[in-house]
Structures are given as structure tokens and as C-alpha cells.
Design a protein around this ligand. Structure first.
Ligand SMILES: [Zn+2]
Length: 253
């Protein structure tokens, strides 16, 4: 029973941070302060009331629309709150070390901001990727008592995406490569590669579906960070034992 209360509390804290991460991602890229003005409708500029700011719940109760001008509120707002809330719960129960739990939560906070900036402007900014990879390296190195493993994950993650950046002629952005510094530090080399393979699979499936339904033009870019998030979620929480299983049972090393 106590586990359920802890999970609920962690989810609420994560969802609030998910809301904040979305705000940071949108405002900083637009050159606005993250403090002022207070949260408001992007369309009619009406300040939001406190009961409009409850993560996920407010969006559902408002029917996904502004209470004044009835403009549709993007579904990604509650989705990102739901994502970070869930990630914080899973990060807490997944790691026995508190520093590694904090590192996992911080990585998901960074990923939610990156989703916002990528969906809105097709960029993953340096002010996000550089400080976060340094902080995550320090947390993981101290938490694991191993200064090599997170560094190896960072190198593998960056080199892998940088190679794709070169091969694709810049279609895969350098921001994605810098984001993989943070992902590599937390996931380590093997799961970092696994997350990218899964991200490419998700991206390919969704890209084909969008082309098939006529929603994606030929040569039109689609933001890749949401697929990175799907890949990292699977590698981090669902298939976390897969690299070890593959190495031991298939490659027999
Ligand atoms: Zn409005």
C-alpha cells in the first residue's frame, strides 16, 4: 500500500516537472523568460487560473480547449506531463542507488524539454545538452563508482549519431548527437545503441504511416526526438536486460 502512495506522490511531482519542462522548452527557444508572464493561453493570452494548472487533470476537465477562447490545447502538453510523471516513478523503482534514480529523472526532464524544442523548432539547443551531459556524467560516475562506463556510453552515443549525421548529409541533426551524450551517460554503451536502433524502427514505422496517409510530404523533415524518447523508454525500462541477454545467450561472450 505504501508503495502505491509513494508512486502516486512521485508521479504528481514528475507531472508538475513535466509541465515545467514543457514551459522551459517553449519559452527559452522563443527568447522569453520562464518566470514572467505567468502561464497563459497561447491564443487569447488569458492568464491561467490555478485550477487550470493541475497536470493532465486540467486538460481532461477542460476537454483539451482553452476555457475562454476554446482554442484547442495541444495534446502533447498532458502527454509530456504524463511521460515525466511515469518516468519519475519508474526511475525511482528501477534503481537501488539514489544518485542513479536522480540521474534517470534528470535525463527524462532533459528529454521532455528536447521534445518541446524539437517539435516546435526542429532543434535541440546547446544550453540544454552541454550542462546536462556534464551533470549526468558526474551523477552516474559517482553513483556507479565507475568513471569509465558512463564515459564510454557518452562516446558511443555521440559517435553513433555523429556518423549518421555525416552519412545522412545533415538530415540527422548534431543536436541529436549532443543529446546522446546524456543518454549514453545514463544508459551505458550497449543500451544506448539499443535505444537508437529502436528509435529508428519507431521513426521508420511512423514515417511510413504518415506518408501512406498523405500527412507527410516527400523530403519533409519530421522531429526525431520523440522517437529517441520511445527508444530510450524501451531500452531503459522495458528491455533493460536485453543487451546482457544478447551478449551471453546469442554471442556467448
Ligand atoms: Zn484562450
Amino acid at each position: 500500500m505504501i508503495e502505491a502512495f509513494i508512486s502516486l506522490y512521485l508521479f504528481l511531482v514528475g507531472a508538475v516537472f513535466g509541465s515545467f519542462a514543457t514551459l522551459v522548452g517553449e519559452r527559452v527557444v522563443d527568447g522569453q523568460s520562464i518566470v514572467r508572464p505567468a502561464s497563459r493561453c497561447n491564443h487569447c493570452q488569458t492568464p491561467l487560473r490555478p485550477w487550470h494548472l493541475v497536470p493532465v487533470v486540467s486538460w481532461i476537465l477542460l476537454g483539451g480547449r482553452c476555457s475562454v477562447c476554446h482554442t484547442r490545447i495541444p495534446m502533447r502538453y498532458p502527454a509530456q506531463e504524463l511521460l515525466l510523471g511515469t518516468a519519475v516513478v519508474l526511475s525511482f523503482w528501477h534503481h537501488s542507488d539514489v544518485l542513479l534514480s536522480v540521474a534517470s529523472c534528470l535525463l527524462w526532464f532533459v528529454l521532455v524539454i528536447a521534445v518541446s524544442t524539437d517539435l516546435r523548432h526542429l532543434i535541440v539547443p546547446n544550453w540544454l545538452t552541454y550542462p546536462s551531459c556534464l551533470a549526468l556524467y558526474a551523477l552516474c560516475a559517482v553513483g556507479e563508482g565507475n568513471f569509465v562506463r558512463p564515459l564510454l556510453g557518452m562516446v558511443v552515443g555521440f559517435v553513433m549519431i555523429f556518423a549518421v549525421h555525416l552519412i545522412s548529409g545533415g538530415k540527422m541533426g548534431l543536436g541529436d548527437a549532443k543529446l546522446y551524450l546524456s543518454i549514453g551517460a545514463v544508459l551505458g554503451a550497449a543500451r544506448c545503441v539499443e535505444s537508437f536502433v529502436l528509435a529508428c524502427l519507431f521513426g521508420a514505422v511512423v514515417g511510413i504511416l504518415l506518408r501512406w496517409t498523405g500527412r507527410l510530404e516527400r523530403r519533409q523533415f519530421i522531429p526525431f526526438v520523440p522517437f529517441i524518447v520511445m527508444g530510450v523508454a524501451c531500452a531503459n525500462f522495458l528491455l533493460s536486460d536485453f543487451p546482457d541477454w544478447y551478449l551471453h545467450h546469442v554471442l556467448r561472450v
